[in-house]
Design a protein around this ligand. Structure first.
Ligand code: NAD
Length: 418
């Protein structure tokens, strides 16, 4: 039977294997395996039609040895406290690896964002913010968008906090990924997908693949997937398959990503795009391509999928898309996996720029943001690649070693006493 491994299990297994390689003591490992705080909230918002609903929400702060917890808010009817715990642990490694002074956190709201109107979504986001207020702050936990939430939601969070204090603005950065007009930073919305594309380019160079000849498949056409696909399309790649929750489309001659974006915005679901052949979501993962970008949800690359994957490069735009058993199969097949904590770290890096901009009342230009993003993604890619070559490790193992080592050092430097 296929081994189904959730985000938390995957995160713990990856950490335990890293601890063996780095010879981390049991006492430190036990600290890192558990979050510092797990908060469960029960929200009771009244929707615009007068209906009362009850919603579960979660906030997990995994570690803050390197700085305040940082991580997005996931809105999904199926999100669990365990998922949020696993994702918050991943954030600890991601912020450490990309070199920003943050720890790891994450939030979840158990609501189907695709099934509510924008007024009700705002009501729920404000209800969450009031409940979560004590746990959010520039020195505590700084949320951002994740699956099912967007910049408009971050604007409501900022307003809800400032309004509660009778102020026009918050004192410092309480949330990133806000609308630009409210102190958000240019290029944040695109930063994760753009960062994914930069790491794909860097991997292609190492493997001698010409991006202009490369065939790319992308699972997920939301914030991360649509931008990664558009950037790779602009670099000259042939996007041969794309999918979202409605299903997939495929065309060996290439899909015009700009046209597809216009279609999904104005005309209908992605799966009904008339200029390409329909296929299943699973077909996209295993189709004939050189580069696969899973940019939707977790645990989609199972052992069965891994054994059928044809891509030479997997760029993990999504968090935790690959289960550990599948990782072993991919390593045996010599598939070059750019791990999530490196591949999709562009979002949190630009969130850090937003954080500093807001604190200093600075205004950065798009060129400055993109230059810093590209420099940081390339530098960290090179660091992980060199480490993996020197130590004969996979890119995920190398990334984990570098990230976890920094958190261990910070934890020890802080000392053992409270
Ligand atoms: P989003 O809500 O904007 O988009 C998600 C996309 O995935 C949508 O196109 C949706 O239709 C599709 N999808 C959902 N379930 C699917 C399924 N079962 N099969 C196929 N497609 C499915 O979310 P996003 O912000 O683009 O996040 C996508 C992934 O990237 C998540 O794993 C998230 O944690 C990760 N991530 C996001 C950011 C960010 O800045 N937004 C940063 C780092 C990592």
């Amino acid at each position: 039977m296929e081994n189904v491994c959730g985000i938390l299990q995957t995160a713990k297994l990856n950490l335990e294997q890293t601890a063996v390689r780095l010879k981390i003591s049991d006492s430190i490992l036990n600290r890192l395996l558990e979050p510092k705080e797990k908060i469960e909230l029960t929200l009771n918002p009244t929707l615009s039609d007068g209906k009362h609903i009850q919603v579960k929400a979660f906030i997990v702060k995994h570690r803050d040895s390197l700085g305040p917890a940082k991580g997005g808010i996931r809105m999904s009817p199926t999100v669990t406290l365990e998922d949020i715990q696993g994702l918050s642990m991943e954030m600890t490694w991601k912020t450490s690896l990309i070199g920003v002074p943050f720890g790891g956190g994450k939030s979840g709201i158990q609501v189907d964002s695709s099934n509510i109107n924008i007024n009700d979504k705002e009501i729920i986001i404000r209800s969450f913010t009031r409940g979560a207020m004590r746990h959010i702050g520039p020195e505590i936990y700084v949320p951002a968008p994740d699956m099912g939430t967007n910049e408009a939601d971050m604007g409501h969070i900022r307003d809800c906090l400032a309004y509660s204090w009778g102020q026009s603005i918050t004192n410092g950065c309480y949330v990133t990924g806000k609308p630009i007009i409210l102190g958000g930073i240019v290029g944040r919305k695109e930063a994760t997908g753009r960062g994914v594309a930069y790491t794909v380019l860097a991997a292609c160079k190492k493997l001698g693949i010409d991006i202009k000849q490369a065939r790319v498949a992308v699972q997920g056409f939301g914030n991360v997937g649509s931008v990664a696909a558009a950037e790779l399309f602009d670099f000259g790649a042939n996007i041969v398959a794309v999918s979202d929750v409605t299903g997939g489309i495929m065309d060996n001659d290439g899909i015009d990503i700009k046209q597809l974006a216009v279609f999904t915005k104005n005309c209908g679901p992605l799966a009904s795009y008339p200029a390409a052949k329909q296929c299943s979501n699973a077909d996209v993962l295993t189709c004939d391509c050189d580069i696969l970008v899973p940019a939707a949800t977790q645990s989609v690359i199972t052992s069965d999928v891994a054994s059928r994957i044809k891509a030479k490069i997997i760029a993990e735009g999504a968090n935790s898309p690959t289960i550990p058993d599948a990782d072993e199969i991919l390593a045996q097949k010599n598939v070059f996996v750019i791990p999530d904590i490196l591949c999709n770290a562009g979002g949190v890096f630009v969130s850090y720029l937003e954080y500093t901009q807001e604190t200093q009342r600075e205004q950065m230009t798009l060129d400055q943001v993109n230059k810093r993003l590209s420099e940081r993604m390339n530098a960290r890619f090179e660091q992980v690649y060199d480490y993996s070559q020197n130590k004969k490790l996979t890119m995920r193992q190398a990334a984990m070693d570098i990230a976890v080592q920094r958190v261990v050092e910070a934890t020890q430097a802080l000392g053992v006493l409270p």
